[in-house]
Design a protein. Sequence first.
Length: 82
Amino acid sequence: MSLPDLSFLHQARAPYDQGQAAPLPSLPPTQPQRHSPLRPKRPLAELITELRSHQAEREALQQGNAQLHASEKRRVAGHDAT
């Protein structure tokens, strides 16, 4: 992969090498972005219930994974009777 040609940077800077700072390019004025407040499309209680449901599902999956990992460890170590 070849490096990009950056010689234009040196050429643009060359006239100001006598200790002067290069002038900054003028930027177009920016408009402040207006953000509307976020409004949920569903009632807050419903969203909280859904979040709690997802959290419970995630915790159950994590516990199942931990148990599976422990049983796999025992099996590999030769301690699993099945």
